[in-house]
Design a protein around this ligand. Structure first.
Ligand SMILES: *Cc1c(COP(=O)(O)O)cnc(C)c1O
Length: 428
């Protein structure tokens, strides 16, 4: 496959956009080469500017759980656009999507919509601090909660891909209020709580980590966090920006039957438009302005196009709950197929999977936290990435990302992918 036009477009982009991209993970810095410029997408496929068709395993980093250009979402956006694209006034649509989200997710009474996952997590932490009247938070190394200052302390995703977990521009004053714990290590969390008695407002966690590859919680980890929070007057924030409406209709809270105090959403909830949200029981949400003292706002929050897309997406998922089982089966099939061919080709690897999230790590040891994720062989990953790209398969250009399986993928697509993995891994 040739990427001549993409390369030209990237050269043009670099002149006027830093690094040629509006979000660092889109650049191919970790794998080399130039990013692919997409022209359109439908179902499981991307069509790039050179006329190549690629099977897409990124899916806009998660939102397109039903495939690209999903008809009900597209129609909803078109119809709404004709009626005006933004008002800065309440619309009935906002109540409709809020009511549906609250009905699908356990343990939340109210939800507020914002424009990104970053905003959702940032606002959730402010709310937790306001509600508890405490300043510090605990986050886990390798977890990513967007790019706001408090979270760029050993963050996952692009922040580790580029080896700068602590970004310049984050002040020491801000950084000192973010305490860092090891994922899947309860003892470490308990020690931090002991050392900072009555100072911790919240623990924020990806309840299934997806930004250092896919790392499911060890048995008892989330239960243990819940207990520590309850015992110490700390709010537990589940960042379900990636897992919400993906691993189950009610996200990880439903999947593992654990109640968080505040839940953050993004990605799927917007149906491919820029949407985030955070939700909790009324007692906590009523602390937000205009009811309460914690300020949070947005000119385009609850934007009608975004809400129309999100509502159409949530309705589709709500009406067809079997989708989560279908996605699980497709992902298990893909993982088992890749495992078989990688083994046959004597590749050293670990595959992590839960529901429709899966990641391939080129290391023999279990991948359970940031340290073990970082051990993977990046040179092999580069060959894997570019090899698959030549076969017409698009995975994230970083070893620290999860693959997202969509309902639009057919078993033919999955078989084609497994054959490509076989072919590529013979060249390692
Ligand atoms: C993507 C992501 C975010 C950030 O969302 P943006 O919409 O990119 O700001 C936050 N948390 C998690 C778990 C994510 O995967």
């Amino acid at each position: 496959m040739l990427y001549t036009r993409s390369s030209q477009l990237f050269a043009e982009a670099e002149k006027v956009i830093p690094g040629g991209v509006n979000s660092p993970v889109r650049a191919f810095r970790a794998v080399g080469g130039t990013p692919i410029f997409v022209k359109s997408a439908k179902g499981a496929y991307l069509y790039d500017e050179d006329g190549n068709r690629l099977i897409d395993y990124i899916n806009s980093w998660g939102p397109m759980i039903l495939g690209h250009a999903y008809e009900p979402v597209v129609q909803a956006v078109i119809e709404k656009a004709k009626l005006g694209t933004s008002f800065g006034m309440p619309t009935e649509l906002e109540t409709q999507i809020a009511a549906l989200a609250v009905s699908m997710v356990p343990n939340i009474d109210k939800i507020r919509f914002v424009n990104s996952g970053t905003e959702a997590c940032m606002s959730a932490v402010r709310l937790a601090r306001g509600f508890t009247n405490k300043d510090k938070i605990i986050k886990f190394a390798g977890c990513y909660h967007g790019h706001s200052d408090s979270f760029l302390i050993q963050a996952g995703s692009g922040a580790i891909t580029f080896g700068s977990p602590n970004s310049p521009g984050v002040t020491a004053g801000t950084a000192k209020d973010t305490l860092l714990a090891k994922y899947n290590d309860l003892e470490n969390v308990a020690e931090l709580i002991d050392a900072n008695k009555n100072e911790i407002a919240a623990i924020i966690v990806e309840p299934v980590a997806g930004n250092m590859g896919c790392i499911p919680p060890n048995s008892g980890f989330l239960e243990g966090l819940r207990q520590l929070c309850t015992d110490n007057g700390i709010l537990l924030i589940f960042d379900e920006v990636m897992t919400g409406f993906r691993l189950a209709a009610g996200g990880v809270q439903e999947l593992f039957n654990i109640n968080a105090d505040i839940v953050c959403f993004g990605k799927v909830i917007g149906g491919g438009l820029p949407v985030g949200a955070f939700a909790a029981r009324s007692e906590i949400m009523n602390y937000l302005a205009p009811l309460g003292p914690v300020y949070q706002a947005g000119t385009l929050s609850g934007n009608p196009l975004a809400m129309a897309a999100g509502l159409a997406m949530l309705k589709a998922l709500d009406a067809d709950r079997a989708i989560f089982q279908r996605l699980e089966e497709k992902t298990a099939y893909l993982a088992a197929g890749m495992e078989k061919v990688l083994k046959a080709n004597n590749v050293v690897f670990t595959i992590n999977r839960i529901g429709s999230m899966v990641s391939v790590h080129f290391d023999a040891d279990p991948v359970v936290d940031f340290q073990t994720a970082a051990k993977g062989d990046n040179e092999t990953f580069k060959k894997f990435f570019h090899g698959l790209l030549q076969e017409g398969i698009y995975i994230a250009p970083s070893a620290y990302e999860t693959w997202f399986i969509t309902d639009a993928l057919s078993y033919e697509d999955l078989d084609f992918t497994i054959q490509a993995v076989d072919k590529v891994s013979k060249t390692f």
